[in-house]
Every structure is written in C-alpha cells, then in structure tokens.
Design a protein around this ligand. Structure first.
Ligand SMILES: C[S@@+](CC[C@H](N)C(=O)[O-])C[C@H]1O[C@@H](n2cnc3c(N)ncnc32)[C@H](O)[C@@H]1O
Length: 281
C-alpha cells in the first residue's frame, strides 16, 4: 500500500501527502542488520537521544545503577553508554546488530561496545553487578529467555533496570476514536513484545528476580515533528501495512493532528515503564 517508488526516502500516502523521510518501522529493530536501511534506523536512535523528555526518564534509571561492572543491552548507537562512562560507571554496551556496534564505536571510541545477543550473552555466570536495557525488551519475541539469561549473568545482589513502553498506552488527541484505536492496536501487535512495559514485572518474578518495582512515567510529546517521527508516522505506517486503516483515514488523522497542533490543542503520549529488580539468590 505504501508507494516508495516515486523517490527514494520520500514516503507518500496517496498523492496528497509527502513526508521528508520514510517513517521507521518499529519491528525492524528486532534485526537491525537485516533491515533495508540500517543506517536510517540508527539515525533515528540518535535523533531520539536528543529528546529532552526521554533524557529525564533516563536520569531516573541512572539512580538505580550500583557500582561494579555492568551492561547496557541493546545499546544501539551508544549514547547511553557514553553518558554512563562520563558519569564514571564501568559499562559495556552490547547489541545484536554489528552495524549498531560499529556506529557506537565510531561515535564514542573511548567507550566499550561488543556484539552480543540478549538470549545468549558473552559473559560468565554471576559476573555482572548490573544490567540495563532501554526500549529493547519491546522488540524481543522471547523475553522469558532473555530474563533467564539476565538472571544467569548477574551476581547475587545484581540489579536489572528496564525501560519500555506498553504500546497499548499510546494516546493521541484525535477525535476519530476508531481510527486512533486501530493505529494504536496495530503498533502494539506488530512488534515482538508490544506490551513489554506492563508484562516485564511478572516475567521478572517468574525468572526468579525479587524486589521488583515499577514506575510509570508519561512520555508526552509537545513538538509535532518529534511526535510524527517517533510515534505517529511509524504507527500509521504499521496500520496501513496491516490494512487496519485506509489511505484516506491516514490522511484525515494526520490532517486533524496537524490542525490541532497549529491551534495549540495537540496531544500525544505513551507511558514508559521503568522496572527494577534484584537477583537476591
Ligand atoms: C529501539 S533500539 C534502542 C537502542 C538503545 N537502547 C537506545 O536507548 O537508544 C533497540 C536496540 O536493541 C537491539 N536489539 C534487538 N534485539 C536484540 C537482542 N536480542 N539482543 C541484543 N540487542 C538487541 C537492536 O539492534 C537495537 O539497537
């Protein structure tokens, strides 16, 4: 349904609307190296790093990190690893994508990065003091296996910190409820673990973790461009690809949200779940 044949890197809905760049597809983060445009995905991660609202959420997670060696799993383009290194943490960034790790090395040559998969990590049992993963479990088709592996690599007393949305918590200010619901549901269902934020606490408990605690922080978009790039366009693309909405409905939704923004009445938000737990035994 999407017509990318007209010009590369331009995304069209019908002939009425062209966007500067093709929206990312969230499900491509499951296997970045196999994505048609891996660099496009990594540029997207670097752009997201600049979001003030996300930095504030991140700052909460830094408070939970103990001393000792730890890992940022699914480190992407390496921004968080660089921040943690600058704060004096002993951290290694790990990502399943060799393109992501190469990009992270290039951006932050003074930091440590390695290719590795959350399902089978290149660390000995009980060797790590902490484990952090931000917007990674949402992409995992087998989070239970990843939690078992996290439990294995953590030492007794080791801490795990996760940051993930539950994509069913997305809110747009559109008055077209059926179309908005279809768009939100498509996004939640299209990726490996779309409800990761709300599912992780019970999965951590089943994996043997204790002292589980969750904070929910709304990530509220005040800037239309950021909201379009990071949330709305990817969701609409997913809904169009799944035939959940028509081209006309996509255009109407975008027109309505843009109009609301121009009148100062636009709202978009998603709940981010920060969950921490301890390997007590
Ligand atoms: C949405 S990005 C988040 C990147 C980073 N945490 C950040 O905050 O910018 C998800 C990352 O997880 C990585 N990833 C996906 N599945 C993985 C797995 N099974 N093991 C390790 N990394 C994985 C992807 O390659 C991608 O870099």
């Amino acid at each position: 349904m999407l017509d990318n044949s007209v010009a590369p890197n331009v995304w069209y809905i019908n002939d009425r609307r062209a966007m500067e760049a093709r929206p990312i597809s969230a499900k491509e983060f499951t296997d970045v190296d196999s994505a048609p445009e891996a660099n496009h995905l990594l540029d997207f991660l670097i752009k997201i790093d600049e979001m003030r609202e996300l930095s504030e959420i991140r700052a909460h997670t830094f408070q939970d990190i103990p001393s000792g060696m730890g890992v940022d799993i699914g480190c992407g383009a390496g921004g968080v690893v660089a921040e943690l290194t600058a704060r004096g943490y002993d951290v290694v960034g790990v990502d399943a994508s060799s393109a992501a790790v190469a990009q992270a090395h290039k951006r932050f040559p003074h930091c440590r990065f390695m290719v590795g998969n959350s399902y089978r990590l290149p660390f000995g049992s009980g060797s790590l003091a902490w484990y952090r993963a931000e917007r990674v479990f949402i992409h995992l088709s087998d989070p239970v296996q990843a939690f078992a592996e996290a439990y294995r690599v953590l030492a007794q007393g080791g801490r795990i910190t996760l940051v993930d949305p539950d994509f069913d918590s997305v809110v747009y200010s559109s008055t077209n409820t059926p179309v908005t619901r279809a768009v939100v549901r498509s996004m939640a269902d299209s990726i490996g673990n779309g409800k990761a934020g709300s599912r992780s606490p019970q999965q951590l408990a089943s994996a043997g973790f204790s002292e589980i605690s969750t904070r929910i922080i709304p990530l509220t978009f005040t800037d239309l461009d950021t909201a379009l790039t990071t949330l709305i366009q990817p969701s609409i693309r997913t809904a169009l690809e799944g035939d959940a909405i028509s081209h006309g409905e996509a255009c109407e939704l975008l027109d309505e949200l843009t109009g609301q923004y121009l009148r100062g009445a636009f709202l978009a938000s998603v709940s981010m779940f920060i969950t921490t737990a301890t390997r007590c035994r």
